[in-house]
Design a protein around this ligand. Structure first.
Ligand SMILES: Cc1cc2nc3c(=O)[nH]c(=O)nc-3n(C[C@H](O)[C@H](O)[C@H](O)COP(=O)(O)OP(=O)(O)OC[C@H]3O[C@@H](n4cnc5c(N)ncnc54)[C@H](O)[C@@H]3O)c2cc1C
Length: 376
């Protein structure tokens, strides 16, 4: 059996990023995905432009819209508008295009891509990892990256990621035409969704609408929300194809690597528990995983621990505060809206969070104090 340096399970944002960087460093990489080409992938596609620094190639070809204005509302009223300053801090992409684009860049660097390979089991045989597909095919490698998203069962099998998995309930709707969304603007609606919010992000020829609920396991009641939200955006209440999904969100610092194995993206529970931002940590974790694996494979590091440390420092520290803000904000959302979103300084802060210029830790203690002491 041929032995690759690295096998990557899942060609989403995280897996394809790791494949690109590892192939670029000269390692033999096979990227595996269970699906054939995806037509629509459920995701808002909102992404900080700060991710550009993780790639030597230009991401602009797949940017559908550059957001310079965010409109917030409470039950479709009491609107607040935040202007995002200058440097294009927030982009909207179609997820299926982003994944395909980075995968193609990885292939151009020499990575092998195997479609319709659904990994069923991961086993350590001696010093190699052996992956077996649903149809019994086997592949072998020195390192395995688990990048197969929120429904992955592999991280817990290898004690990677948080012990208790926390999910957000989501629904995603892709609409044709732009309704009444103005060029460069996006919408966040807080009052209609219990313990969460709804969003509308414009695409060149459509709109991504979504709903996320972040506390508890209640049903989303998405029909009632969309019945009101879609007409406010200029669409019929029953338009668009709907996809429900559970999204793993960050739930405490945890080790993300073992010996020759690590988890990235949603499989590692990295998604922001307040705003469901999962693309930036997916891309960042793919990048950091590749760096750590490269050092290990060339003998400059004894283990892959530098990956867990980098993700803790560069993402987890902010998410620890994001989780606290989420727990307080979504319990008292009306107060949160009045005291958080509607504050005169909020637009600038929101712009800085969305652009990645500022983390939750920079604003957290003030926000939580405000919500707790004036919110009861
Ligand atoms: C409704 C919704 C809206 C969202 N909106 C946003 C947003 O606007 N901005 C943002 O930043 N984040 C958003 N997110 C979060 C973001 O989509 C995720 O965090 C991101 O997709 C994580 O990427 P990933 O590569 O880790 O996983 P995924 O994109 O899920 O990729 C996993 C890949 O693994 C493959 N796979 C699965 N199982 C196997 C297997 N056994 N063998 C082989 N392959 C397998 C899948 O086919 C898939 O291609 C949203 C999520 C949802 C659900």
């Amino acid at each position: 059996m041929r032995t690759q340096d690295v096998l990557i399970i899942g060609a989403g944002a995280a897996g394809s990023t790791a494949a690109f960087h590892l192939a670029k460093s000269g390692h033999s990489v096979t990227l595996l995905d269970k699906s054939h080409k995806k037509l629509i992938k459920p995701c808002g596609g909102g992404m900080s432009a700060a991710v550009q620094k993780l790639f030597p190639f230009d991401l602009q070809p797949i940017v559908e819209e550059v957001i310079n204005q965010v409109n917030f509302s409470w039950c479709l009223e009491d609107e607040v508008c935040a202007l995002l300053p200058g440097q294009a801090p927030f982009w909207i992409v179609k997820r299926e295009r982003l994944d395909e684009f980075i995968t193609t860049q990885a292939i151009n660097q020499g990575a092998e891509f195997v479609n319709a390979f659904e990994v069923k089991s991961i086993k350590k045989i001696g010093s190699y990892w052996q992956l077996t597909s649903q149809s019994g095919e086997q592949l072998q490698s020195k390192v395995v990256i688990i990048a197969n998203g929120s429904r992955s069962t592999f991280p817990s099998e290898f004690n990677l990621g948080p012990k208790t998995i926390h999910h957000a309930s989501t629904i995603s709707v892709r609409l044709e035409g732009r309704g009444n969304l103005q060029r460069g603007s996006s919408r966040f609606e807080f009052g209609l969704v219990q313990h969460g919010f709804a969003w509308a992000f414009p695409l060149t020829d459509g709109v991504n609408v979504g709903i996320g609920s972040f506390i508890g396991k209640r049903a989303l009641n998405s029909v009632a929300v969309l019945d009101k939200l879609l007409p406010s955006l200029g669409f019929c209440p029953d338009e668009g194809e709907r996809t429900e999904a559970l999204l793993r969100v960050w739930n405490g610092h945890s080790k993300l690597n073992g010996e020759g194995i690590l988890a990235v993206g949603d499989a590692a529970s990295l998604c922001d528990p307040f705003l469901a931002e999962g693309l930036r940590p997916a891309l960042l974790s793919g990048y950091e995983a590749a760096r750590s694996i490269d050092n290990w494979l060339i003998g400059e590091a004894r283990d892959l621990d530098s990956y867990s440390i980098a993700m803790r420092n560069n993402w987890g520290k902010s998410m620890a505060w994001g989780r606290r803000i989420s727990q307080v904000f979504y319990r008292f959302p009306k107060v949160g809206y009045q005291l958080g979103i509607k504050r005169p300084t909020a637009p600038k802060r929101i712009a800085q969070i969305l652009s990645g210029e500022m983390g939750y830790e920079d604003i957290a203690s003030r926000v939580i104090k405000r919500l707790l002491f004036q919110g009861s």
